[in-house]
Design a protein around this ligand. Structure first.
Ligand SMILES: [Zn+2]
Length: 398
């Protein structure tokens, strides 16, 4: 049963969208409006031609300072932003980026296709780091206990590997995708974040330093790939980053349409979401979102609905209705998570109860079951290839 009221009547929600007060870092203004809604208004009043000219200046400068054959680093995952960023960097700005991927090792078949497709279409060089299966499984277990989601290895592996490659290849500029102002209150379009130092990534994405992950089943050698380069190393190369979304008017619906039509990008069915393009590269996104729901009482559905409300595509009431349907759904990916970590469902829910936001502590959150198997196979694509091709004598068998 869904209705057009907020899921939890005890929580305060943004007056304009579907974001509750339990969102990390959210602050409502005197009108009761969240920062992301304020940012979406700022966005309309920004002179984007001026911003684009500024971007051209920045990249021209970076190009002249690069110590290798590459103009900048382009972190790519196989998600929609990767392909759109590649289009802007290569086709519009005429840059030669080095693509860098921290592979969380949960890549979906669609994500794998999208990643290979972008490398081939734009003819780009690529480096990738993949932590081993056992390590990923152990980190997922530890991550749930420590931060209440399964994705610490991705939150900290991405900045650690991307910054390390910037140092190794002596490439100062890293170009990320969507502006931080788009999704959270950590920055606004008026005041974009330009300096991405070690502390920034610790605060924003990984939250917990690698040494704190050490336990009876993880040692310091296991955690080596998650160490950020030192401040001196970063300074020697002069590493800095920017988000394209602070220089180009960001409209993800239009961008997805564009890359689908012109570059063959594919979306897929995503658990707990009503859009098929966000995190399409990861089979575990459902668990990530479900843990957010169990901790904070809202998840991907609320988030996507809020974006549509800001863009005038949904009313706030329609947003609540859709959000409820998506947010409460127990993902199929939870089965994979339990199998990979050796945890029981009871263990999982017990940890999540302990992780609950104080504002909803003790609340019995409704959980629903999906009414059909997910369209995208909920299994890392690499494991699927191994399982289906193993024992085959002749690869021409099909
Ligand atoms: Zn809002």
């Amino acid at each position: 049963m869904t209705c057009s009221e907020p899921l939890l009547s005890t929580l305060r929600y943004c007056m304009r969208c579907n974001i509750p007060e339990t969102q990390e870092g959210v602050i409502f203004d005197e009108m009761g409006i969240c920062q992301a809604c304020q940012s979406s208004e700022q966005k309309i009043h920004i002179d984007w031609t001026e911003r684009y000219a500024l971007l051209q200046e920045i990249v021209a400068d970076a190009k002249s300072k690069s110590g290798s054959g590459y103009d900048c680093i382009l972190p790519v995952s196989g998600g929609k932003d990767s392909t759109y960023q590649a289009y802007v960097l290569v086709e519009q700005l005429g840059l030669k980026p080095l693509c860098v991927t921290f592979n969380h090792n949960w890549m979906s078949q669609t994500g794998w296709y999208n990643l290979q497709n972008l490398l081939e279409r734009f003819n780009l060089d690529h480096v990738m780091f993949t932590p081993n299966r056992k390590l990923v499984n152990r980190l997922a277990k530890r991550s749930l206990e420590m931060i209440g989601d399964a994705c610490w290895h991705c939150h900290s592996g991405v900045p650690a590997f991307v910054l390390s490659m910037a140092v190794k290849f002596k490439i100062p500029l890293i170009i990320w995708g969507e502006s931080i102002a788009e999704a959270s209150g950590r920055a606004s379009y008026k005041d974009p974040v330009h300096h991405f130092d070690r502390d920034y990534f610790l605060k924003v994405s990984s939250k917990i330093r690698p040494e704190l992950m050490i336990c009876d089943y993880l040692n310091s050698r296991d955690l080596y790939p998650f160490d950020l380069p030192s401040a001196e190393e970063l300074e020697t190369v002069g590493v800095y980053g920017l988000h394209l979304g602070d220089y180009i008017f960001w409209d993800e619906e239009r961008q997805v349409e564009f890359i689908r039509e012109h570059y063959g990008w594919l979306e897929t069915e995503m658990e707990g979401a009503f859009k098929g393009y966000k995190s399409a590269e990861c089979v575990m996104a459902g668990v990530h979102d479900f843990t957010c729901y169990l901790k904070r009482g809202y998840a991907r559905g609320s988030f996507q609905a809020s974006v549509d409300v800001r863009n005038g595509l949904l009313t706030r009431a329609e947003g609540f209705k859709l959000a409820q349907k998506c947010d409460t759904m127990r993902p199929e990916a939870l089965d994979y998570f339990l199998q990979a970590t050796g945890m029981t469902e009871e263990d999982f829910f017990k940890i999540m109860r302990e992780q609950m936001h104080p504002k909803i502590k003790g609340t019995q959150l409704p959980v629903t079951l999906p009414d059909h198997p997910n369209g995208e196979r909920i299994k890392p694509f690499s494991q699927h290839i191994l399982d289906t091709m193993a024992g085959r004598k002749d690869p021409r068998e099909g």
